[in-house]
Design a protein around this ligand. Structure first.
Ligand code: ADP
Length: 578
């Protein structure tokens, strides 16, 4: 019997040590793993001194020191196990609660103190209680039953925590793994409590079966490790180490989970915001700035079960810092039911900073180029005026130079306009003016410059708008130069003026190549040019982008109607001023 006892102790220590090495070597050091490692060390600290004192019949100081070491092992075990179970079952709220630590650590330290200074925890009869030689004045009494109740209630709490987790998880492998751990704990717990704890109270001494079962428990532990690949990187760990923001919400938009990176960028702690509406930590800021924008997006995404992607949104976090982000809402389905959504957020700050640098460079460059080229052109025109005779070869050269300088200036102007637009510097200087008169004057000037073209104005509006005259002129000139650029010289250009009670509309029609339907939206984008159409035509693909920005700033609309081979009509509309 005595030898069996020693053998059991020895094998328990061996199995624990093997498991300890496996766990230590194979796994990431999360709280769950760290507590498991501590637990295994504690079990050895509990068993090893027992083995030594019994095997070598130790006594005196050596015995007392060994007893103190063993006490460290068995007193710290329940609290460590409970912490392990809570962490395993992801009960972060409890783990982050200071009262949990005060009560669990407090009671542990209390019993540790008693068991180190007295023997009252261990003795089963009051008459046998004495003050340990190294001890201090302490309350005396039979604390064994209380100690047992405390020990067992922490262990039972751990099993309950594991059970709650078992009920919560859906994944079958997770369920089995939890069940095994639960069994591994509850068996030695129940049997051990009966054989080592309760029966001796009635002076019945049986073989300490708890120990056999402790072996059983560790073996089960090893099975768990190998069979269920417990230490294979878990999805939660993968999420945690991602440097992308992921926030999971339930179907009502309340936060279920957020990974550390999103905590960092959004400046919140997951533990404080879980269960709160997403809108509490994230607000989409844009021109409309409607507070519920995010909710609406979520609702639409959830009700339709469709992924939503919003690029370059401005989002403000809880500290009112604004961040340029790309946001994707991806609904989560479980058994055909929508249960929530994952929200992926990508920080665009770096990209935005780079693009701003580039824009700044273009802005400075085009601004600096404009001045010298304008003066070269002025000198060139002065030169041109000196050579009056058309046959003069010098005049021919200088006028060719003038044409090229004009082109160059237009290109630089385009650049300049674009960078002005992008830096948000474009301010409208609005005034009231009559549309008909404005258009007719402009066409007259164009006619003088382009003598070979036929311009024809149709319809009159008799209306006034409140707009930036210079900018609207720029839009119309862009339409007209494009019409000339992309249609043969002998084809006329028709300018149509239309109106209804709310807005006026100006259309410029050409009878040129026309635009394929798939390009009709794209041509208003920055730098977009239709490859086939622009061969040999100078341009940056910026004009229509600038025009559309100007029109939108006026709350107007810009669009094109076109048929390939027949020509195009470019329109813009402006709200009428009454
Ligand atoms: P650019 O003319 O400098 O290339 P724009 O932004 O003014 O830039 O125009 C964008 C593109 O739209 C042009 O490259 C051309 O392919 C197409 N486009 C514009 N106007 C017309 C038109 N009237 N007819 C046919 N294509 C046109």
């Amino acid at each position: 019997m005595y030898v069996t006892y020693l053998l059991l102790l020895g094998s328990a220590i061996a199995i624990n040590s093997i498991l300890l090495i496996i766990v230590y070597r194979n796994s990431q050091k999360s709280l769950t793993i760290v507590t498991l490692i501590i637990l295994l060390i504690l079990l050895n600290i509990w068993f090893a001194p027992k083995l030594l004192t019994n095997a070598f019949h130790l006594s005196g100081d050596l015995f007392e020191n060994m007893s103190r070491l063993a006490a460290l092992g068995y007193v710290l075990t329940p609290a460590t196990f409970l912490t392990f179970s809570l962490s395993y079952g992801r009960f972060n709220k409890v783990l982050n609660n200071v009262y949990y630590w005060i009560s669990v650590l407090g009671s542990t330290l209390f019993y540790l103190y008693l068991s180190w200074t007295t023997n009252i925890v261990g003795v089963h009869e009051y008459s046998q209680a004495f003050l340990a030689s190294w001890g201090y004045e302490t309350p005396t009494g039979l604390l064994w039953p209380y100690y047992m109740i405390w020990f067992d209630s922490l262990m039972v709490a751990s099993v309950v925590v594991l059970y709650l987790y078992y009920k919560k998880v859906k994944d079958l492998a997770d369920k089995r793994e939890t069940l095994l751990i639960m069994m591994a704990v509850s068996l030695p717990l129940v049997i051990g409590t009966i054989t080592t704890g309760i029966l001796p109270l009635f002076n019945i001494f049986v073989f300490p079966l708890g120990l056999v079962l402790a072996d059983f428990m560790t073996i089960l532990g090893v099975i768990v490790v190998y069979k269920f690949g417990w230490f294979v990187v878990s999805p939660t760990t993968i999420l945690s180490s991602l440097s992308e923001m992921i926030v999971t919400v339930d179907k009502t938009g309340h936060i279920l989970h957020m990974n550390p990176y999103s905590e960092k960028i959004l400046k919140v702690r997951a533990i404080n915001v879980i269960g709160k509406p997403l809108e509490d930590i994230l607000i989409i800021k844009d021109k409309e700035n409607s507070g519920n924008r995010l909710n609406n997006l979520l609702d639409t995404s959830l009700s339709k079960g469709k992924t939503f992607i919003g690029e370059s949104l401005t989002i403000s976090n809880i500290r009112r810092q604004t961040l340029p982000l790309t946001l994707a809402i991806s609904p989560i389905k479980q058994d055909q039911m929508l249960v929530g959504a994952n929200i992926f957020l990508k920080d665009n700050s770096a990209e935005k900073a780079r693009s701003k640098q580039k824009d700044d460079f273009f802005a400075v460059m085009s601004h600096e180029l404009r001045t010298p080229i304008t003066s070269i052109r002025a000198y060139n025109q002065l030169l041109l005026s000196k050579f009056k005779q058309k046959s003069d070869s010098r005049r021919v050269i200088v006028s060719k130079m003038d044409i090229q300088l004009n082109r160059l200036l237009r290109l630089i102007q385009d650049f300049y306009e674009l960078s002005e637009l992008q830096s948000g510097k474009l301010k409208l200087e609005r005034e009231f003016f009559a549309v008909d008169e404005f258009v007719l004057n402009l066409i007259d000037t164009m006619q003088v410059t382009y003598k070979n073209r036929t311009f024809q104005v149709e319809g009159l509006t008799n209306s006034t708008v409140y707009a930036d005259k210079g900018r609207i002129e720029q839009v119309l000139i862009n339409f007209l130069t494009n019409a000339m650029k992309y249609s043969p010289e002998d084809k006329q250009i028709v300018i149509r003026l239309l109106t209804n009670s709310k807005q006026i509309c100006v259309g410029v029609q050409d009878f040129g190549s026309g635009i394929q339907p798939e390009f009709q939206d794209k041509i208003f984008k920055r730098f977009f040019r239709i490859e086939d159409a622009v061969r040999g035509k100078l341009g940056l693909g910026v004009g229509l982008f600038v025009a559309s920005t100007i029109v939108r700033l006026h709350q107007g609309r810009i669009w094109v109607e076109s048929k390939v081979g027949q020509g195009s009509v470019f329109y813009f509309s402006l709200p009428l001023s009454h």
